[in-house]
Design a binder for this molecule. Structure first.
Ligand SMILES: Cc1cc2nc3c(=O)[nH]c(=O)nc-3n(C[C@H](O)[C@H](O)[C@H](O)COP(=O)(O)O)c2cc1C
Ligand code: SF4
Ligand code: SF4
Length: 381
């Protein structure tokens, strides 16, 4: 599969595909990653414990039978682990610390290794929370902000791993973006529900344009495809990969074929089917009462401004054509997966492939967001 099929870049890293192995303490090391996820675009090793406080808590947890990675020389240990992944996947390291200093030191080393630092704001064992680790950070947004700011001063590509439905997800996503992190890795968990919680993913997608990784209970390509259509840039798997050593390959193959066929692997749903803001690229001319008005209104557009913005983008592109379509131009046309012989006839006449049509729609979605009167991270979501 060609490495630029997906065009996925964040800072100094480029992913070969949008499938990731998620971290599992005491389990996901370089050996596990190579064995279970050699094809993945990203492997997130860890969690690793960086300071005395986190090592003490992890040791307590080992004493009660949980697996943990513990080393008296954490930075050397992590460096070796990063270097031992030789599959061509980007490497991230999920880390815990009760204090900021070790996180900054780890960030410097991780950046030199060309890897990603992932701040763990996710683990929620009682001992962790008591020591202020993991999910405790979600309940202390000033500390989370200060830590992200300080870590980002090193220039490292920073991911923050969070759990959905713990605090206000919209506010959390915006705080993380504002502080300067590059990636949000969300466990879209909902108590009492076999996830992922797709509504939670939509909350993140419509609050930030940051690179979004999502997981929870994804065990086949159908599940991954659904999560992509709710707006994640990348899907990660933890338990599924452990139970099925072929899962990562299945997901990589599935999403590769899908991208080749439709050109926008995480294309949103239509706005009237709960699509995110990017779905405005598939919306009709706003001449009838329907959910489009509320959606573009949240980005500060009037109906006229919204229509003009779409037409401005279309000028000089093949989306200008399609006279026989519902509104006289492909710029108002539906997602390629919605069957329509009129649109398909126009695409044929223009010799425009499905994938090229969808790539134009992806650019249109970016254009609509770029020109919003109210940016997405301040929208009235
Ligand atoms: C045994 C185990 C250990 C985990 N350890 C971590 C961890 O150290 N850091 C972290 O951010 N997430 C950790 N997770 C959470 C996973 O990364 C993932 O978010 C969660 O399991 C949901 O995804 P899944 O349904 O694909 O397993 C762990 C999960 C499991 C099952
Ligand atoms: S404009 Fe069309 S696609 Fe958009 S929400 Fe309304 S009916 Fe759905
Ligand atoms: S012509 Fe077909 S694709 Fe275009 S807006 Fe009408 S129904 Fe949708």
């Amino acid at each position: 599969m060609s490495d630029d099929l997906f065009d996925l870049h964040v800072g100094y890293v480029s992913f070969k595909n949008p499938i990731a192995l998620a971290p599992m303490a005491g389990i996901v090391d370089s050996e596990f990653a190579s064995k279970y996820a050699g094809d993945a675009g990203l492997v997130v090793l860890g969690a690793f414990n960086l300071d005395e406080g986190s090592i003490a808590v992890a040791s307590e947890m080992v004493a009660r039978g949980r697996k943990e990675f513990i080393s008296s020389e954490p930075l050397e240990f992590i460096k070796k682990e990063i270097r031992a992944v030789t599959t061509g996947s980007v490497v991230a390291v999920n880390v815990r610390s009760t204090t900021l200093g070790p996180l900054v030191e780890a960030a410097k080393m991780v950046k030199e290794e060309g890897a990603i630092l992932e701040l763990n704001a996710h683990c929620r064992q009682p001992e962790m929370l008591e020591a202020g680790l993991g999910e405790a950070l979600l309940h202390d947004l000033p500390r989370l902000t200060a830590w992200i700011l300080a870590i980002k001063e090193t220039g490292v590509v920073l991911s923050v791993k969070v759990r959905a439905n713990v605090v206000d997800d919209v506010k959390l996503a915006r705080v993380i973006e504002k502080a300067g992190a590059d990636i949000i890795h969300v466990d879209a968990m909902l108590n009492g529900f076999e996830g992922p919680d797709l509504a939670a993913i939509l909350n993140y997608r419509d609050s930030t344009r940051l690179f979004l990784i999502g997981n929870n209970s994804i065990r086949d390509f159908a599940g991954a495809k659904e999560a992509f259509s709710w707006g994640v840039n990348m899907v990660s798997v933890a338990r599924g990969a452990m139970d099925d050593s072929g899962l990562v390959r299945e997901l990589v193959d599935g999403i590769g074929s899908y991208q080749k066929a439709i050109g926008w692997y995480n294309a949103p749903k239509h706005v009237c089917s709960n699509g995110d803001f990017r779905g405005l690229a598939f919306c009709c001319l706003p001449v009838k009462p329907c959910p489009v008005h509320e959606k573009f209104g949240k980005l500060g557009y009037t109906a006229e401004e919204f229509a003009r913005t779409k037409l401005d983008f279309a000028k000089g592109t093949l989306l200008e054509f399609g006279q026989d379509t519902c509104f006289g131009s492909l710029v108002w046309c539906c997602k390629i997966t919605k069957p329509c012989w009129i649109r398909d006839g126009a695409l044929n006449a223009l010799d425009l492939s499905d994938a090229s049509y969808m790539k134009l729609k992806r650019e249109l979605a970016e254009y609509i967001l770029d020109h919003a009167r109210v940016p997405i991270n301040e929208s009235l979501y």
